[in-house]
Design a protein around this ligand. Structure first.
Ligand code: ADP
Length: 497
């Protein structure tokens, strides 16, 4: 496979949009600056993109502010908003091959995954939130005394949204879908590694009838454009997905500026627990998928594979064989399961963690090095004999590195699985209902997948316990992030003044 990586397929898509989209117009950065964006298969520059900074964020926020305060968006009927979301979803569906190709080109994920899983997920999510738009309403409240009391569920205002590079389109959908369904306006900052697909879909949104200023997309770096958005005095709400370290920074920026409420979706070190009664072949396949999916670049990756001692040896042997069979190569090629890591920083970070695993005396079963000589490909890597206190068992590696740990009984594995600063997700593999129920209740994580992994329906809430984040996205829960509740109280009968 190493040779196959060197020969690259030319993507069947052109790059049409590279400027910032502010107030319905594509515009250059205020500074005139651009920054390069890359093809992770080769490390070559594929486009230069407008580099947003403080001034661009200011312009985008004032467009969003105007569209919220004066513009048609929050004042439109919910049904009209819902129809624009539906028309947008249809347009994305129509362009989905092109969008999937652009996503693969800029991110390195397999074309098959982008086209067959992520684009349909994107479309489904907008259908889901289009359905909510005209079903958001408050309550009448039975208060003591002679009062008529009601709550109004109003949009919160201008939402600032900062997204990562691992699922550029899916993250766009999770953030933009609920915010627009609730009637808010948005300034979205994409990750500097993957600015291209968001600009394309934002253009389609305007073709679907979205009024100018409702959705503004700014490309740029975190400490400049991202920080300007997080600390802006006229942004009413901030939603962030990324690393735990950066999450702390943006929370602080939000607090120091105008105390805007913040939702955070951060890192993880999710346990995947294989119990003694497991069908080993199936467990191997699922644990492999849980870790290696998307080049291991998932915040919820099953990155601590806990295996019961009774099935450990067989599981290990088969997991190693499965990793050696994993097809790594050009993500545009059919049958390829794994493309390159996103960029040189992540690539080097993954290789550093592999070295740390070796130095801490975990057993390297397979992989352990780069693949080919160009781009950011990493061999599927499996470590056995991993101990809880090793760095590879504690830190988020965000790469194709599986760590296998042995356990003896359920109480022990519960304790060890929870002994992490993270709490994003967990997986359980067992046929025993009592074991499944016991684990499901004891694991301190925002999602527990039982006999499955990475199931991301639009209706299922997602988010973290502990240092994996604050709040939930998707489903009904995401609506709360984008609404203010106003209590309205009046005496039933006018008092006699
Ligand atoms: P990673 O380390 O995986 O790149 P980050 O958390 O740094 O993850 O990045 C996620 C998003 O946060 C990106 O859009 C990035 O530009 C942005 N970001 C990074 N640093 C900051 C910052 N200081 N303020 C605001 N946003 C930031």
């Amino acid at each position: 496979t190493a040779a196959a990586v060197e020969e690259l397929i030319t993507p069947q898509v052109s790059i049409r949009y590279t400027q910032n989209l502010i107030n319905g117009q594509f515009v250059d950065a205020a500074s005139g600056k651009t920054f390069p964006t890359y093809d992770p298969r080769s490390g070559e520059v594929i486009a230069k993109v407008a580099e947003g900074d403080v001034e661009d964020i200011n312009r985008a926020v004032s467009a969003a502010r105007k569209a919220f305060d004066e513009g048609p968006w929050p004042k439109m009927t919910a049904y009209e908003r819902s129809r624009i979301l539906l028309r947008f979803a249809d347009l994305v569906e129509k362009h989905s091959d092109e969008l999937a190709a652009l996503e693969t080109w800029n991110n390195g994920k397999t074309y098959e995954q982008a086209a067959k899983t992520e684009l349909p997920m994107f479309v489904r999510l907008f259908h889901y939130y289009a359905g909510w738009a005209d079903k958001i309403h408050g309550l009448t409240v039975p208060a003591d005394g002679d009062y008529h009391v009601q709550t109004l569920h109003e949009p919160i205002g201008v939402a600032g949204q900062i997204i990562p590079w691992n699922f550029p389109l899916v993250m766009f959908a999770w953030k933009v879908g609920p915010a627009l369904a609730c009637g808010n306006t948005i300034v979205l900052k994409t990750a500097e590694q993957t600015p291209l697909t968001a600009l394309f879909v934002a253009k389609l949104f305007h073709e679907a009838g979205l009024p100018d200023g409702v959705l503004n997309v700014v490309s740029g770096y975190g400490p400049t454009a991202g920080a300007a958005l997080a600390s802006h005095m006229d942004v009413d709400k901030l939603a962030f997905t990324g690393s735990t370290d950066t999450g702390k920074v943006v929370l602080e920026l939000a607090a120091r500026s105008n105390l805007k409420p913040v939702t955070l979706e951060l890192g993880g070190k999710s346990p995947f627990i294989i119990c003694e009664d497991a069908d080993v072949d199936k467990a191997v396949e699922l644990a492999h998928f849980a870790l290696f999916f998307n080049q291991g670049q998932c915040c919820c990756a099953g990155s601590r594979t806990f295996v019961h001692e009774r099935v450990y040896d067989e599981f290990l042997e088969k997991s190693k064989k499965r990793a050696l069979r994993r097809v790594v190569g050009d993500p545009f090629k059919k049958g390829v399961e794994q493309g390159p890591q996103i960029d040189v920083e992540q690539f080097e970070k993954v290789l550093r963690y592999i070295r740390s695993g070796i130095e801490s005396h975990a057993t390297l079963e397979c992989g352990g090095d780069r693949l080919g000589s160009k781009g950011f490909f990493v061999q599927p890597t499996v470590f056995s004999n991993v101990q809880d206190d090793m760095l590879i068992a504690q830190d988020e590696i965000f790469g194709p590195v599986q760590s296998i740990l042995k356990f003896k009984d359920i109480d022990e594995v519960i304790r060890r699985a929870n002994k992490t600063r993270y709490g994003l997700a967990a997986g359980v593999f067992t046929k025993n209902v009592s074991t499944a129920n016991t684990l499901m209740r004891a694991l301190r994580a925002g999602t527990v997948w039982i006999n499955c992994f990475d199931v991301f329906d639009a209706a299922i809430p997602f988010g973290g316990y502990k240092m994996s984040g604050i709040g939930r996205e998707k489903g009904i829960y995401s609506l709360h992030n984008y609404l203010q509740v106003k209590a309205v109280v009046s005496p039933v009968k006018n008092p006699a003044w």
